[in-house]
Design a binder for this molecule. Structure first.
Ligand code: IPE
Ligand code: IPE
Ligand code: MG
Length: 245
């Protein structure tokens, strides 16, 4: 983050893709239909983000709390993840997109974990855009696992507690190595974070829209970018302009 970097396009955009169920309900369709259409919206957003030069796109697909949904819905979502991976793996590779999953993957079926790890390995060197997908992701769980990893290193005598600073801590998170989001978009008319990127959103600009996720269009994305460009990022200072500061 650079103070006074001006109204640029966001380099890192994070999205809470919410409202699939309601999109389906108003059409008298099962929630699964909303999730399928939600995937189409995500695909469209990837294209739009590429066009706008976004470097990192972080999508919230399944939270640690989403396991509390009816078993049938959880299964629909896991099947959809597996389908999407099988269908899109080739394309991620061809388009030089790096795919990375954030979250504790161990809770998913082995075949799905293998597919996720495979596509991560296959695309690891791609640099056109990084797509991070939160699956069984929780911001609190992420902070706890980071703390645990550091505690293990202290116990092993490899790390002094005084050496733990914000940068080292951030490196242990699932998002380790990547910048914080510049812009967070949440669709579906809920004004909350629902346990997404709790550490990383400290100075992120927030954009909320009533639009349900399957309806999130290229025009909506442009509106979010325009809103972002109008924000003044001060990072606690009096002015965003370092010359006047
Ligand atoms: C977001 O849509 C997708 C997931 C959380 C997996 P929802 O399924 O939460 O849809 P609503 O909020 O019930 O409409
Ligand atoms: C947040 O949406 C999680 C994802 C979009 C994956 P939820 O629908 O789970 O959030 P709440 O329950 O409305 O807070
Ligand atoms: Mg929801």
């Amino acid at each position: 983050m650079t103070v006074g970097e001006g109204p640029l396009s966001p380099r890192h955009v994070a999205v809470i893709m919410d409202g699939n169920g309601r999109w389906a309900a108003v059409r008298g369709l099962p929630r699964s239909a909303g999730h399928r259409r939600g995937f189409e919206a995500a695909r469209r957003l990837v294209e739009d983000a590429l066009r706008r030069g976004v470097e990192v796109l972080t999508l919230y697909a399944f939270s640690t709390e989403n396991w509390e949904r009816p078993r049938a819905e959880v299964e629909v979502l896991l099947d959809l993840f597996a389908d999407v991976l099988a269908r899109e793996e080739e394309r991620f590779d061809e388009e030089r997109l790096r795919l990375r999953f954030l979250g504790r993957l161990e809770r998913f079926p082995d075949a799905l974990v293998d597919a996720m790890r495979r596509v991560e390995r296959r695309t690891a060197a791609h640099d056109r855009m990084t797509i991070q997908v939160g699956v069984n992701y929780g911001g609190r769980a992420d902070i706890v696992q980071a703390a645990r990893r550091l505690a293990e290193r202290v116990r092993a005598g490899e790390l002094a507690p005084e050496a733990i600073d914000e940068r080292l801590f951030a490196d242990q998170l699932f998002t380790g190595g990547l910048s914080d989001p510049d812009l967070l978009i949440r669709t579906g008319n809920e004004l909350r974070l629902s346990n997404f990127l709790l550490w990383n959103l400290a100075y992120t600009e927030l954009y909320f829209t009533e639009t349900l996720w399957p309806d999130f269009s290229s025009e909506e994305f442009e509106r979010a970018l325009v809103a972002f460009e109008g924000r003044e990022r001060r990072y606690g200072r009096v002015t965003a302009d370092p010359v006047e500061a």
